[in-house]
Design a protein. Structure first.
Length: 68
C-alpha cells in the first residue's frame, strides 16, 4: 500500500482529498499524521462546509467545499 511506503520514508503527514465522498456526495478532506510507532493516525477531517484546521506544517483552516 502506498501509505506504508510513506511511513517507511518517514513522511510525517499526508492528506486525502475526495471531491465527492461516496457516503454523502460531499467533498471531504482527511489529514493523517505519523505517530511514534510509525503508524498513520487520522488527525483532522472535514466534509462539505465543515471547517478543518491544522497547525502543522503551517497553520491553515478552510472548508472542504472550498476546494471544488
Amino acid at each position: 500500500m502506498k501509505t506504508s511506503r510513506y511511513a517507511d520514508a518517514g513522511i510525517p503527514q499526508y492528506w486525502m482529498v475526495d471531491p465527492l465522498a461516496v457516503n454523502k456526495q460531499l467533498p471531504s478532506v482527511e489529514v493523517y499524521g505519523l505517530d511514534d510507532a510509525g503508524v498513520y493516525q487520522l488527525t483532522a477531517g472535514s466534509e462539505g462546509d465543515e471547517e478543518i484546521s491544522v497547525t502543522w506544517p503551517i497553520p491553515v483552516g478552510f472548508a472542504a467545499s472550498a476546494l471544488v
